[in-house]
Ligand binder design. Structure first.
Ligand SMILES: [Zn+2]
Length: 92
């Protein structure tokens, strides 16, 4: 389970579903927070995105040494992997 719950969710920001039927302001806030957390994960070489709900993820031009996990993840817009080098297991 998630270590830190986000707002009134049972989950962290990355495992929280994207809001539907919400104001643009709220959606922007959620997306900005997700982007920030994704960047923190990537910066610490953590590429385990299992079960996470993201709009966009761009791992282009990265070297991923210890595998990549997108099992049960939901990417609602796009995922980019141009010139990404991945060693280890890739779980989709
Ligand atoms: Zn979580």
């Amino acid at each position: 389970m998630c270590e830190v719950a986000w707002d009134d969710s049972d989950y962290c920001i990355l495992h929280t579903e994207l809001p539907h039927d919400t104001e643009t302001h709220e959606l922007r806030r959620v997306l900005a927070e997700k982007d920030k957390r994704v960047k923190e994960k990537v910066d610490s070489n953590d590429f385990n995105f299992e079960g996470m709900h993201l709009a966009v993820i761009d791992l282009s031009r990265m070297t991923i040494a210890a595998g990549l996990n997108f099992r049960r993840a939901v990417i609602s817009e796009k995922a980019r992997f141009s010139n990404t080098e991945i060693a280890g297991n890739v779980l989709l």
